[in-house]
Design a protein around this ligand. Structure first.
Ligand code: ATP
Length: 309
């Protein structure tokens, strides 16, 4: 008798760097208003889903040990949310191959949630509209809608209200991945503390960043990169100053802490410079590992939907 092997759906989702991140003051409800320009980068997680008896999450990759495999995993929550709306049981095995650093300020968990939504929509043949997927994404976390869309976008609210940004060409990045992670809520609290006791530098508006992106010139963009969370990340992990300095010494045009850190992102002139800077940075011993990436790239997309019988 012919036995049918269930076909997995595989989705790749990008990481992000915030080119500009302005954080408003702490609101009475405990949140901060954000005004940010995101770019999706070619450092990916790959999420594979296949029908199973019950919901499970398996994680592979260098950082796998730091990722929960229970209902606190964002991919698990995405599966439960979509299943509930589809009126079916979330009976799927989810496998996550992590290429994005965990708790690295590059939206790794959000990428997995976005990838799971796209993968299960395809596996279950739901045909959900963009708007519906956006709605689910926003419920799962403020960076999830961006991981779904990718490209370059201006995010407001908590980062979930997106407007696409016009860019020309490709920007090249070198990423210095740190040994540990930084918790996003802890970094926000540290920024609040720094603001109570002084006045750390605040980035201005993003108009010049948007013009530089439209020009496609990394030399124009480099001096405009800025992140209000950087002071807090550096305060919690002062070693990052050395990492940032080493990237500039290695020939990067600019460097900044990515989101809540501790990953440091360096903008370089072109792919050739990315290779040179990454080699030099790797040799400087100021980070766990170095990756080369480019952006903008598309959001979560099906890369394989094989019918294996
Ligand atoms: P962001 O940049 O969106 O603030 P981040 O990239 O700094 O997030 P994540 O990699 O998303 O951080 O992980 C933050 C925490 O979320 C982890 O420490 C982990 O406990 C938890 N988590 C839940 N699901 C996932 C997942 N699928 N991948 C990674 N971490 C996850």
């Amino acid at each position: 008798m012919l036995s049918v092997v269930p076909a997995p759906v595989i989705v790749r989702a990008p990481s992000k760097v915030n080119l500009h991140l302005a954080v408003g003051d702490l609101r009475p409800d405990g949140y901060h208003d954000l005004h940010t320009v995101f770019q999706a980068l070619s450092l990916y997680d790959e999420v594979s889903v296949v029908g199973a008896d019950k919901l499970s999450v398996h994680v592979s990759g260098a950082d796998a040990g730091a990722v929960p495999t229970d209902s606190t995993n964002l991919a698990w929550r995405a599966a439960e949310l979509l299943a509930e709306r589809a009126g079916r049981a979330p009976e799927v095995a989810i496998t996550i191959a992590k290429g994005i650093p965990v708790a690295g300020g590059m939206a790794g968990g959000s990428a997995d949630a976005a990838a799971t939504l796209v993968a299960l929509d395809a596996l279950w043949g739901l045909g959900a509209s963009r708007d519906e997927l956006d709605g689910f994404a926003a419920q799962l976390g403020s960076d999830v809608p961006f991981c779904l869309h990718g490209g370059t976008a201006l995010g407001t609210g908590r980062g979930e209200r997106l407007v696409p940004v016009l860019t020309r060409g490709t920007f090249h990045w070198v990423l210095a991945l740190a040994k540990g992670g930084l918790s996003t809520p802890v970094v926000f609290r540290e920024l609040d503390r720094l603001r109570e006791s002084g006045d750390p530098h605040r980035v201005g508006d993003s108009d010049d960043v948007l013009s530089a992106l439209a020009s496609g010139d990394p030399h124009e963009l480099a001096p405009l990169l800025g992140n209000d969370l950087q002071a807090a990340a550096l305060s919690l992990d002062p070693k990052l100053r050395r990492t940032l300095r080493a990237g500039i010494d290695a020939g990067a045009l600019a460097g900044l802490v990515s989101g809540s850190g501790p990953t440091c992102a360096f903008l370089v002139a072109d792919h050739h410079a990315a290779v040179t800077v990454s080699a030099e940075l790797a040799g400087a011993g100021v980070c766990r590992t170095v990756r080369v990436a480019s952006g903008p790239v598309p959001g979560a997309r099906v890369v394989a939907d094989t019918d294996t019988a």
